[in-house]
Design a protein around this ligand. Structure first.
Ligand SMILES: [Zn+2]
Length: 448
């Protein structure tokens, strides 16, 4: 074994064990205090969408194809003369991944494929470009969908907004630190599909307008392997993310159906453990069916003349047989968010509620309500509702109270308590974090 490869292996092993120990500590903390850790399942108290104790570990999926676990995972195809990487994870984790990769192989990285432009998949790329420069290898060729270019332009235009949205969604102030000022663009882009020749083996890339408009899934026809990026997530797909740009619920279902039509024997992706055998078809088909069910339910109702607010008030859920599937739990996305994604896609922003066309400001609403019933009666009613566990009903009243001129520090505390209770009862960690962030803001304004 060449010296450089041996030293890579030793460093990777050291880093790997240190990193895994650190991650075990994080998981223990997460079990104790699930609210602070987004990937903890509220029912089982386990980290479910991804298992962070695996980060930095290489797993062979089939001969010559593997995956390094991280946030996000990195897919690897090892040939006889070079390597293909699928995604690069984020800048935070790229060194760990690079060490694990170099413990596996010393071959040059020939191609890097981006499955989409989300920061957890692309911002680790520099580490692998540096690797080529350090070894005197040719620079890897980067491939991605053509819409990544506009996405990166937007990211570079809006770093402040992206930082804030992710801070709220993930409930962490650290997210902003991993948002770069600029992005490495693909060298080659494609529109519908493209085939990369890797040592005589076709590596097929297909476009999916789904979670993002720039998504690509990778198909290795000779091996029956599909790398699906974030098209599967071990949760009901997160279309309708509250403050992200439009996603495509129907496009997502169609992409999963297109992958299923290839009859893959192995599925790999950014945030789940590889799936093999018959389970591949089940997960693809049933996830597509869930998305189509919610999409079609909304479309049928719009066609029948129902307005978005009426559709939202129905609180649409998946049919019972889909609701019980472990890979469709509302851990990340949730049904109501998916419904909103479809509504926003087809029906614009107005829900049909007349008071929401030119809505009163929060201060006007608060002043009017308190003027009408009195602040004390409002406080009494909020407490009553909370005793009856009706926090969702208490919330708008508590908001109006704190937006009124008669607000006291105790009212803000009351609002924070309502929000914390709602956060506790949510299954989708995005909703949970958004409520928790608002609770913290209510407390902050109280102390300010
Ligand atoms: Zn991702």
């Amino acid at each position: 074994m060449p010296r450089s490869q041996r030293s890579f292996k030793i460093r990777a092993a050291l880093r790997g064990s240190l990193f895994r120990n650190a991650m075990r500590c994080v998981e223990m903390l997460a079990k104790r205090n699930p609210d602070r850790y987004p990937y903890c399942d509220r029912d089982t108290r386990k980290l479910k969408i991804m298992d962070i104790t695996r980060f930095g570990r290489y797993e062979t999926v089939t001969d010559g194809v593997g995956l390094i676990y991280s946030f996000a995972n990195v897919g690897i195809i090892i040939g006889t003369r070079g390597v293909v990487l699928i995604d690069t994870s984020s800048a935070t984790f790229s060194k760990q991944i690079w060490l694990t990769l170099r413990a596996q192989t010393s071959l040059p990285i020939e191609h890097i494929i981006f499955t989409h432009g989300h920061i957890d998949h692309v911002t680790g790329v520099q580490r692998f470009l540096d690797d080529a420069a350090e070894h005197g290898f040719p620079r890897p060729t980067i491939w991605g969908h053509e819409k990544m270019l506009a996405r990166f332009d937007r990211y570079e235009r809006m770093p402040g907004w992206i930082t804030e949205v992710n801070r709220r969604q993930f409930g962490s102030n650290n997210v902003g630190k991993s948002i770069p000022a600029s992005y490495v663009r693909p060298d080659y882009v494609f529109s519908d599909s493209i085939v990369i020749d890797f040592e005589g083996e076709p590596v097929e890339l297909y476009h999916a307008d789904a979670e993002t408009d720039d998504a690509a899934w990778v198909w290795l026809p000779q091996r029956g392997v599909a790398y699906v990026g974030d098209l599967l997530l071990n949760s009901l797909p997160n279309t309708g993310n509250p403050n992200k740009v439009q996603r495509n619920t129907l496009g997502w279902a169609m992409a999963l159906e297109a992958i299923a039509a290839k009859q893959p024997q192995h599925l790999m992706g950014g945030h789940f453990q590889p799936i093999a055998g018959d389970q591949c078809q089940e997960v693809l088909i049933e996830t597509a069916r869930a998305l189509r069910y919610l999409h079609d339910a909304v479309v049928d109702r719009l066609n029948a003349g129902r307005w978005p607010e009426q559709i939202l008030s129905e609180k649409l859920q998946l049919p019972e047989d889909l609701r019980s599937k472990p890979y469709l739990r509302e851990v990340y996305g949730c049904c109501e968010f998916v419904v909103r994604d479809v509504l926003r896609q087809y029906a614009g922003w107005w829900t049909g509620h007349p008071a929401e066309l030119f809505p009163l400001s929060r201060a006007e609403m608060g002043a009017e309500m308190v003027g009408l019933v009195g602040a004390d009666r409002l406080r009494e009613r909020i407490r009553e509702l909370m005793t009856q566990q009706q926090c969702a009903t208490a919330l708008p009243l508590a908001v109006m109270l704190t937006d009124s001129p008669e607000v006291t520090a105790a009212d803000r505390d009351l609002l924070a308590t309502v929000l914390e209770k709602l956060s506790d009862s949510e299954r989708s960690f995005i909703a949970r974090n958004l409520f928790a962030q608002e609770a913290a803001a209510a407390k902050r304004s109280q102390s300010g």
